[in-house]
Design a binder for this molecule. Structure first.
Ligand code: GLY
Length: 426
């Protein structure tokens, strides 16, 4: 199957790596890709958000499946343009991708579907000063202040500090976006990726991301600094419960609205005293969780994505997974997330092997691999135990050099020590 993947980050490198080892995929292309992806697929210098250019490329190549990695092309309607051109596409329509693109829309869908989530209130540019202050009184501390637009997971501030919360409210409003204030959900977070084809929902392995920049969950929110899978602390039947109480009703509600969901529904949930509650939805695979999750997939990724794209997900065999743990540790550039330094030389071992180092923000400067983004590499580890998987990843991290870079040293550490607890299982 000739396949085109759109995007250029770690998630797309992980998708390409999983497709590359899959017998169903015969010819692999990516736009625009990155130096890691270029080792496994033919890369094309096409902007993934330019629908006309993407359709032209897909037609010229004669692809049988287009896989959209990031949210920006989804929100720009690239999936609709590809579908109109008769190409099987993995990725929801622009209308369905609003589940990620507008947090207020996601709340509306959850309310209609009876899905548990945080209380929320929208603030707008014309919200009166006293109403903003009253809303902050009602919701915090802890304050959860979200930019109600696309921010790649970076537009959220979670803080006990009233001044910091208010500053983020003001900054988002000043940028012309609405703000969503939410009640803080207790309990550890789960990222559950679900393949959704209308009303058929197939979950992948559950994973956990680490969103704060520094150890002990300190520092600013990032796109994600490391992840592991599966989750030793998740209660028996936890995945099925998230599907039953969250993903399935949302899929059915989207069908009821006439905008069936066809792609990857990323359920970000906090498992607190009231059971799993939605923190956020994303309309695409999560980054960096995709890296460890797909590294354990034994079944054909190409077949699964094609089944979603063609409405035949209920017909494929159950997904099979390696009986192991996997982890990834993100090597971030100096200054990430505020102002990452770019152009530093990257050297070391495993840079040409996706099972060791996934490229997230790299480019070639002549022959030299250099940093080109905030999250530069996503270093991989696998093992029979979570401890083994983490040790393998950190051993590889220590064999890579990037001036000024930093990593979190505690990815998966609490889970490996048995210190992740659910407040009280319902
Ligand atoms: N890992 C967070 C995200 O993909 O948004």
């Amino acid at each position: 199957m000739k396949t085109l993947v759109l995007g250029s980050g770690g998630r797309e490198h992980a998708l390409v790596a999983a497709l590359h080892r899959d017998a169903h995929t015969t010819d692999l292309h990516c736009a625009p890709g990155n130096p890691g992806i270029a080792q496994l697929a033919t890369c094309h210098a096409v902007d993934a958000t330019d629908a006309t250019a993407v359709v032209a490329l897909a037609k010229e190549l004669g692809v049988e499946l287009a896989v959209i990695g990031p949210e920006a092309p989804l929100v720009a309607g690239v999936s609709d343009a590809l579908r109109e051109a008769g190409i099987a596409v993995f990725g929801p329509s622009q209308a369905a991708a609003r589940l990620e693109g507008s947090k207020a829309f996601a709340k509306e869908v959850m309310e209609a579907a009876g899905v548990p989530t945080a209380r929320a209130q929208a603030l707008h540019v014309d919200t009166r000063e006293e109403d903003i202050e009253a809303a902050l009184d009602a919701f915090g501390p802890t304050y959860v202040v979200k930019d109600d637009g696309l921010a790649g997971g970076k537009g959220v501030v979670v803080t006990p500090d009233r001044g910091q919360a208010r500053a983020h409210v003001d900054a988002v409003l000043a940028a012309g976006n609405p703000v969503l204030l939410e009640s803080f959900l207790d309990g550890p977070e789960v990222s559950l990726f679900c393949l959704v084809d209308g009303t058929t929902v197939v979950p992948l392995l559950p994973a956990q991301d680490h969103k704060r920049a520094y150890d002990n969950d300190e520092g600013p929110n990032t796109g994600g600094m490391g992840a592991y899978t599966p989750l030793p602390w998740l209660p028996e039947g936890g995945v099925e419960r998230i599907v039953r109480e969250i993903a399935q009703p949302v899929a059915e509600e989207m069908v009821r609205r006439g905008t069936p969901y066809q792609g990857l529904l990323y359920v970000g949930a906090a498992w607190g005293s009231a059971g799993p509650q939605v923190v956020e939805f994303n309309a695409r695979f999560g980054d960096p969780e995709t890296q460890p999750v797909l590294s354990l997939l034994r079944s054909s990724l190409g077949q699964a994505l094609h089944a979603v794209a063609t409405g035949t997900l209920s017909e494929i065999p159950a997904l099979e997974w390696e009986d192991a743990f996997a982890a990834t540790v993100v090597v971030a550039a100096e200054g990430y997330p505020e102002s990452p330094r770019k152009g530093d030389p990257i050297s070391g071992e495993g840079l040409n092997d996706a099972s060791q180092a996934i490229h997230a923000g790299t480019k070639l400067d002549g022959e030299q691999l250099v940093s080109a983004g905030g999250r530069v590499l996503s270093v991989m580890g696998k093992g029979k135990t979570l401890q083994d998987a983490l040790a393998a990843a950190y051993e590889r991290v220590d064999r890579i050099n990037l001036p000024g870079s930093f990593v979190r040293r505690d990815i998966g550490a609490k889970a490996a020590r048995g210190e992740v607890h659910i407040p009280s299982v319902q």
